[in-house]
Design a protein around this ligand. Structure first.
Ligand code: G
Ligand code: G
Ligand code: NA
Ligand code: MN
Length: 254
């Protein structure tokens, strides 16, 4: 496949860029953090979706250098954001399971923080349940080490995988992100709404916060605010945007 071939040169030729999507407080709508999302500006195909190239990069092993670049860029960008705006903004970086479980990941994170000067408190890692496929023990241990350094881990796409409630009990995560397929269904599916409500309540009882993804309307914002969901993310508030655009987002700034 041509795309697979192109991936090898893409990093070297600086074809990737990072975009940032706001996460806002469910009640006030104020900016609280951002999720870093990678984009590939392909020289002939235009923008290629990460849905296409992240799985490819995982197959070829390119996800390791790419993931390292993503982490570096996100940390540097947030240091830049703080310097320009005077606001410290936490950033959540998606980490592929392959990257998270690979020897040397912790060293990469420590090195990147030191090199960028970003406070560990401003970095959050988003992992999906697939990190648990080969067993929970090493995952729990790594999450505890990260937590001790002030780096938090969120469980992403919660509800889409082989979700088991026991993961919530065992993993030292500080936040769960409810997948947009769950969130967007609650308006028409009362069983889905019951699940979402139960996850929110349970997460709070375990001292975790909850993010609802895929908010596309005021009605959905109000519904989730009523359900005490902490943070909201979605096109209703803001789409993923360049760092330059993020820096001039006066309406959402704290
Ligand atoms: O941004 P978008 O909705 O197109 O992302 C599609 C998919 O690609 C999502 O599942 C998202 O988690 C994943 N993705 C986006 N950015 C990154 C990234 O920087 N690293 C990893 N590992 N996955 C990403
Ligand atoms: O898998 P993950 O949760 O990391 O995917 C995040 C992706 O979801 C982002 O790439 C972003 O483009 C997409 N996204 C964010 N908000 C919305 C939304 O309100 N509606 C839809 N359809 N997609 C969204
Ligand atoms: Na994510
Ligand atoms: Mn997600």
């Amino acid at each position: 496949l041509a795309l697979r071939q192109d991936l090898y040169t893409a990093l070297k030729e600086q074809q990737f860029e990072m975009h940032y999507q706001p996460l806002v407080d469910s009640l006030s709508g104020r900016l609280r953090s951002v999720e870093a999302l990678v984009r590939w500006r392909h020289p002939s195909r235009g923008m290629v979706s990460p849905c296409e190239f992240i799985p490819l990069a995982e197959q070829t092993g390119q996800i390791i250098p790419l993931g390292r670049w993503i982490l570096q860029q996100a940390c540097r960008d947030m240091v830049d954001f703080s310097a320009r705006t005077g606001h410290d903004l936490p950033v959540a970086v998606n980490i592929s399971s392959l990257q998270f479980l690979r020897d040397g990941f912790l060293e990469d994170v420590k090195h990147t923080l030191a090199e960028s000067g970003l406070s560990p408190m401003l970095l959050e890692l988003e992992v999906t349940e697939s990190v648990l496929l080969d067993g929970a023990e090493p995952v729990i241990e790594l999450m505890q080490t990260l937590k001790a350094k002030g780096i938090r881990v969120a469980l992403d796409d919660f509800g889409t995988g082989f979700s088991s409630l026991s993961y919530l009990r065992d993993l030292p995560t500080h936040r769960v992100k409810l997948d947009r397929s769950f969130i967007q269904a609650i308006e028409t599916d009362h069983r889905m709404a019951a699940i979402v409500q139960a996850v929110i309540t349970m997460a709070h009882n375990m001292d975790m916060s909850v993010v609802a993804e895929g908010i596309e309307s005021l009605e959905l914002q109000q519904d989730l605010a009523r359900r005490h969901c902490d943070l909201l993310q979605g096109n209703y508030f803001a789409r993923p945007m360049s760092l330059a655009d993020l820096k001039v987002l006066p309406s959402l700034l704290p």
